[in-house]
Write a new protein. Structure first.
Length: 556
C-alpha cells in the first residue's frame, strides 16, 4: 500500500448529517475537462472546473473511478484500488483537488468498485498462475466446468452486459482449466466476498482514501458482492440480458451483503468520532421495491442509497406520485433521507427520455419536461445527485458512429439500444466547434468520443450568459433550496390537484406543482411563482411546467 499524506490543507467545519439534503454533482472524470490535450478528462481538469461547480451551487462532487485500469469499462475494471491512473493524473494531483474542494467548502466522494476488479489486477493474475485450490483463486469464484471434460460452464448464469457469466481459462501447464465468474464482462472477474481476505483488503482501501481527506464513497453494485454459495442454475438465465438493471436473485441481494455495509459503516464512524464530520456511504442499490431498498440504509449500514425509480419512471403524474410516496414511506421511515436522481452515467439523458415518441426530439418537449422534473426533484425532501451536463440540458447523443463506441455492452452484443456512450460524450465548455473548450494543448486534439455540432447550443459559456437556460434554472433552484427554511425539513404533504398534475407543500408554505399534461391547468396558488421551469405568467400552470410558490395555504 502507498502511504497517505499527513494532511490535505484546510478542513471543513464539522456539520452533522451534511449529507441528508446535500446536492452532489456527478463528475464522469473522463468527460469533464481535459487539461493535458490528450482528449481525455483528468483530475487537474476537475480542479479547474471546481469554481464552475461552486458557482452552480452544489455541495460536493462524486468522482467516477480514476484508479489504474486497462479501461475496458472506463475505470470500473480496477487494477489498483490505491493509486491514480496516469491518464487521469497522480496522487499529488488528487490531494490538490481535495485541498481545492475544501477551500471552496465542497465535499469529495469517490466511486469504489467492490464487486469485481480488473482481470489485470495482481490478485487475478496471481490466481491464474497459482492454480486450482490456491488461496489466490479463493479470492474469486473459480469452479470446475460441467460436462465430460469440464467444457460447459459451472451454471447457466448470464452476464449483465451480454454473453455467459463464465469464462474458461488455460491453466499454467497449457491445459483447459477452470472457469471464473464475471457478472459484467470477462475483464471484470467477481470477487469472492465469502473469503475473509476480501473484506480485510477493502478495509485497507477505505482507510487509504479516508486518510487522504475524502468525505465518503459511492458504492458500485452495492446489492451484489455475495453469490449463492452453491452457485445453482438460475430459473431465468436470460433476465440479466433482457434488461441491464434486472438482477439474478442468486447473485444479488443476498443477506450476507448487509454484514459488509455494517463493517464499512464502522470504519467510517471511526473517522467521524475523531472530528464530528460524517463520512458518507451511498450505495448503488438495484432492488425491485422501495421496501427492499430501505433495508440497506438502516442506522448501522449505508447512510443512503440511490432511489432510481424517478430515473426510470414514465412521464406520468400517477407514476411519479406512486414512486415518491413509496420512497417517503419506506426510505424516509428508516431515519435516513431519500437520494433522488434523474440522470447518471449509465442511463439515457432525461431530455431525450422525456421527448417521448421518436420524432419529438426537435420539438422542445423533452427539454420542457426535463426542466420541470428538475424543479420537482429539487423540491423533494432528501438529497439529490446531478449528473454532469444535466444542468446544461444536454440531450443524449444518439448517432455516434459504430467505430467510435467504447461501451463493453456494444462490444459484447453489437446492440446499440443499451449503449451508454451517448450520455458520456465530453462536455462542451465554450466556442462553436469541437472540442468546445473541453480539451486544450495540442492543436487538433480530439475528445475521446466525438461531440456533435449542436453541442455549441449547450456550452457552459452560452448557458451562463442566457438567463433562461437550464443552468440558471438549476442555479436559482439550488440557491433557494439552501435559503428557504421550508425546504429544510423532511415533511411533504400532497395537495388536491387536477388529473395529470402533482402538487405538494413543504414545511409551512413552499408549494411545488408540476403539470405532466400538455394543456394548462389551474395553479394551486394565486400570484406569480417564486421560480418556474418555463413561462408561468397567470393563474394557470402551463403544460410540461413546474413551479414553486411561497404561500399561506389557509388563504388559497
Amino acid at each position: 500500500m502507498l502511504a497517505a499524506p499527513a494532511g490535505n490543507g484546510l478542513s471543513l467545519r464539522p456539520t452533522d448529517d451534511w449529507w441528508r439534503d446535500a446536492v452532489i454533482y456527478q463528475v464522469y472524470v473522463r468527460s469533464f475537462l481535459d487539461s493535458t490535450g490528450d482528449g481525455i478528462g483528468d483530475l487537474h481538469g476537475v480542479r479547474q472546473g471546481l469554481p464552475y461547480l461552486k458557482k452552480l451551487g452544489v455541495d460536493g462532487v462524486w468522482l467516477s473511478p480514476f484508479y489504474p485500469s486497462p479501461q475496458h469499462d472506463h475505470g470500473y475494471d480496477v487494477a489498483d484500488y490505491c493509486d491514480v491512473d496516469p491518464v487521469y493524473g497522480d496522487l499529488d494531483t488528487f490531494d490538490r483537488l481535495v485541498t481545492d474542494a475544501r477551500r471552496l467548502g465542497m465535499r469529495i466522494l469517490l466511486d469504489i468498485v467492490p464487486n469485481h476488479c480488473s482481470s489485470e489486477h495482481p490478485w487475478f493474475r496471481k490466481a491464474l498462475t497459482d492454480g486450482p485450490g490456491s488461496a489466490s483463486r479463493a479470492r474469486f469464484h473459480f469452479a470446475d466446468g460441467r460436462g465430460e471434460h469440464g467444457e460447459l460452464p459451472p451454471n447457466n448464469w448470464r452476464a449483465m452486459f451480454g454473453g455467459p457469466a463464465w469464462s474458461r481459462i488455460t491453466e499454467p501447464d497449457g491445459a483447459p482449466g477452470q472457469w471464473y465468474l464475471h457478472l459484467f464482462t470477462p475483464a471484470q472477474p467477481d470477487l469472492n466476498w465469502r473469503n475473509p481476505a476480501t473484506a480485510e483488503a477493502f478495509d485497507e482501501v477505505l482507510r487509504f482514501w479516508l486518510d487522504r481527506g475524502i468525505d465518503g464513497f459511492r458504492i458500485d453494485v452495492a446489492a451484489g458482492l455475495f453469490k449463492h454459495p452453491a452457485l445453482p442454475d438460475s430459473p431465468d438465465p436470460q433476465a440479466d440480458e433482457r434488461a441491464r438493471d434486472s438482477v439474478n436473485p442468486l447473485a444479488w441481494n443476498q443477506p450476507e451483503v448487509h454484514d459488509v455495509w455494517r463493517r464499512w459503516r464502522a470504519v467510517c464512524e471511526e473517522y467521524t468520532a475523531r472530528d464530528g464530520h460524517d463520512r458518507l456511504l451511498v450505495g448503488e442499490v438495484s432492488v425491485p421495491t422501495a421496501r427492499e431498498h430501505a433495508r440497506y440504509i438502516r442506522p448501522d449500514e449505508l447512510h443512503q442509497a440511490f432511489f432510481f425509480d424517478l430515473l426510470s419512471a414514465p412521464w406520468d403524474a400517477d407514476a411519479f406520485r406512486k414512486s415518491i410516496s413509496e420512497a417517503m414511506r419506506d426510505i424516509a421511515g428508516t431515519g435516513s433521507t431519500t437520494t433522488w436522481v434523474l440522470n447518471n452515467h449509465d442511463q439515457v439523458r432525461s431530455v431525450t427520455r422525456y421527448a417521448g415518441e421518436p420524432g419529438n426530439e426537435g420539438t422542445g418537449l423533452g427539454s420542457e419536461r426535463a426542466r420541470a422534473a428538475a424543479l420537482l426533484m429539487l423540491a423533494l425532501p432528501g438529497s439529490a445527485y446531478v449528473y454532469q451536463g444535466e444542468e446544461l440540458g444536454l440531450p443524449e447523443v444518439l448517432d455516434l458512429p459504430d467505430d467510435t463506441l467504447t461501451d463493453p455492452i456494444f462490444r459484447a452484443t453489437g446492440n446499440r439500444s443499451r449503449v451508454r456512450d451517448g450520455c458520456r460524450v465530453p462536455l462542451p465548455w465554450s466556442g462553436h466547434a469541437s472540442p468546445f473548450g473541453f480539451t486544450s494543448g495540442i492543436e487538433g486534439a480530439r475528445p475521446w468520443l466525438p461531440q456533435p455540432e449542436w453541442f455549441a447550443e449547450h456550452a457552459t459559456d452560452r448557458a451562463q450568459a442566457d438567463p433562461g437556460s437550464f443552468w440558471h434554472l438549476y442555479r436559482e433552484a439550488l440557491h433557494l433550496r439552501r435559503g428557504l427554511p421550508q425546504l429544510g425539513g423532511g415533511e411533504l404533504r400532497w395537495l388536491d390537484s387536477p388529473p395529470g398534475v402533482l402538487a405538494f407543500v413543504r414545511g409551512d408554505g413552499l408549494v411545488c406543482a408540476i403539470n405532466f399534461t400538455t394543456s394548462p391547468a389551474p395553479a394551486p396558488v394565486t400570484g406569480p411563482p417564486l421560480l418556474a421551469s418555463g413561462p408561468c405568467p397567470g393563474p394557470e400552470l402551463p403544460g410540461s411546467t413546474a413551479a414553486w410558490w411561497i404561500s399561506d395555504l389557509s388563504t388559497t
